[in-house]
Design a protein around this ligand. Sequence first.
Ligand code: ZN
Length: 670
Amino acid sequence: MRSVLILLAGALAPHLGAQPVKPPMPGFDIAAMDTAADACDDFYRFACGTWLKQNPVPADEPRWGRFNELRDRNLFLLREILEEVSEPDDAGDAVQAMIGDYYAACMDEPAIEARGAAPLDTLLDAAAALKSKADLPAFLADLHRRRIAAFFRFGATEDFKDAAKIIADVDQGGLSLPDRDYYLKDDADAKKLLDKYVAHVAAMFRLAGADNAKEKAQVVLRMETALAEASMDRTARRNPDNVYHIKTLAELDALAGAFAWKAYFQASGAPAFDSLNVSSPGFFAGLDEQLAATGLDDLKTYLSWQIVRAAAPLLPKRFVDENFAFFGKALLGQKEQTPRWKRCVRRVDRHLGEALGQEYVRRHFPAEAKERMLELVHGLEAALAADIETLDWMTGETRQQALVKLKGISNKIGYPDEWRDYSGLVIERGDAFGNARRASAFEFARQLAKIGTQTDPDEWFMSPPTVNAYYNPLHNNINFPAGILQPPFFDMALDDAVNYGAIGAVIGHELTHGFDDQGRRFDAEGNLRDWWTAADAKAFEERAQCFVDQYAGYTAVGDTRLNGKLTLGENTADNGGLRIAYMALKERLKKNPAGKIDGFTPEQRLFLGWAQVWCQNMTDEFARMQVTSDPHAPGRFRVIGVVSNSPEFREAFGCGPNQAMAREESCRVW
Ligand SMILES: [Zn+2]
């Protein structure tokens, strides 16, 4: 397979369009509300109605919400940093030079056009040169090193039952679409999308210079569909028992002997090990059958597709455009390509997040923010402790254990104490493709080097500029990157009530994850261990089922309903999180009493603060993708799902018994 090198000198001069404008700081906004709506009939409309009308999804996005406003602003701030440090005469240090060179190379479209498909061809030629299936393990290890996602994933994980230890882990993978459902559903929408997918794969093969592109695309679809059939679905994967299977290498061979695992692990550069976690044994049995039954040519076709797909975003424009036509337009309903600078800033964040993050926190994360945040976290922890102590469905023994677990939760705020060391990673101007592959290889090696070592509780799994937060059940800690500690989540200029409803509820949400359907299975040390009495576990399950049924009743798009089981953990965390934020606010108000602001009581402002975080519009395609593959419910349901369970909300807004936001059968776990 060969592609033609096309020189387009001058045809693609650097984009001289308008410079991006700094987006305003988003924040809690009374004008975003629609007070013509009745808060007790539709609180989402009441809190977000005007914002929703004034903020349709921009053409270059699939979804637009308050999160996106903040992410957009962060991207702009990161761009400012990157534009500065990428100036050739910038006197920055080695870390700044690295992020500057990465960004400059990514933005250098003329250089990318000039190299054409040459970087791709090296890999495609290697795939074409495979002589027999015996060559597959070493080749696959090389692809995985470059983060090309063929067949399965290999990495490092905490041992669920001994979380202080890091072990090797193989997991299902190899799909190009976001979920197995995309291959297996047979409604008209799903079929139409698969047709577009096959046409896209063929178009990409043609761009890469392959012949028989149409037939090759059918091979890809057939093989990925078989992988999808063997894959465990997301709901089943929520149960940690389902994805924890320690096997010796001999047992892995017995499960999937058509593949030379030892040769693969050796070629990957992983340290030697005797046993590992096989997350999804059924998948590997299916993969084994597929590898045994598939001819070498078809295997090469599938591998070539994975190579082209992974490479496309950093190849010349014709590849980028075709990639967008499917993965942006058809799959997500995004009308226009995201501006290149945003794509490049995101890439730097993905590949060099803790290098870019150093300058970001220096400029944009004040020390006071960390102090105020710590205060909030302690308030929320105290509220959850009070909640656990007074729950009527939990008995003494389990309650004691729950409090031990809560006390054991540590918190990380802003950014790591010690920055990750990127030395040894080569980043070159003029080599966008090579930089991405080398950065992937660097990260793959970092992951594999952990195998056989002790867990590092100080490691971060999100970069500092990230607008998000997480609870890690295996480390039993909550993590809040600097990126989320800004308005509309966290606003030092605003009243406590709004802050408790926004970042307070986010803290409560992360803490509650330690006690959702998944988190409750792990103990204070992060080990998968059952610390529940049978009766308390049963009481939990019954209460959780109430959430499953409630959210499964919500329709996201067309006739597609939410998956109550897939979203259970997040919905439990939202409901518990806002409740303890309310409790913490009440404590705070005892010391710092507050009156009405803008005509709303502190209690009302707490609920408004929560709701306004979730104002969002999205394309139908995006909504379908979210319901299929995301454990988070769309914003509207994160608001009405929670407030309609809340007696405190009813009281705050004076809702009558028959109103939509006052559900008769309201659910509660925490
Ligand atoms: Zn969550």
